[in-house]
Design a protein. Structure first.
Length: 133
């Protein structure tokens, strides 16, 4: 496993909506593609506001990191993309509830548009030292 590249897929998170994988594990590092607030059962954005979308995006990250053999505690870096930086504080509240034992390094940007009309997208990198899928 140490020197392999492994594609990570789970039905507990939305399928990719383009030519990319939900995540790729390269040795002990997992790169999780940006997650929108898409419900994996419907394939559509969850109804509601940026809070609901942020909650679902974080749940999607959690499902993918578990499929890779890790947990949210293994995430070391995230990037948050917002369609409106005025939502920074409310998204921070949701985001922080998923990391009770310390926060990963992070960047946050406002962007003009997100796929599927989303309000928030979150990607992550995790370090899974000696953990197997």
């Amino acid at each position: 496993m140490k020197d392999e590249k492994l594609i990570i897929e789970t039905k507990n998170a939305p399928a990719a909506i383009g030519p990319y994988s939900q995540a790729v594990r390269a040795g002990d590092i997992v790169f999780i593609s940006g997650q929108l607030g898409i419900d994996p059962e419907t394939g559509k954005l969850v109804p509601g506001d940026v809070v609901k979308e942020a909650e679902q995006a974080m749940k999607n990250l959690d499902s993918i990191i578990k499929a890779a053999g890790g947990s949210m505690d293994d995430i070391v870096k995230t990037t948050i993309l917002l369609d409106n930086l005025d939502n920074f504080t409310v998204v921070n509240k949701i985001y922080s509830s998923f990391f009770p034992e310390g926060f990963p390094a992070r960047a946050c940007y406002e962007v003009s548009r997100l796929p599927a009309g989303g309000k928030v997208e979150i990607e992550a990198v995790a370090y899974l030292k000696n953990k197997q899928v």
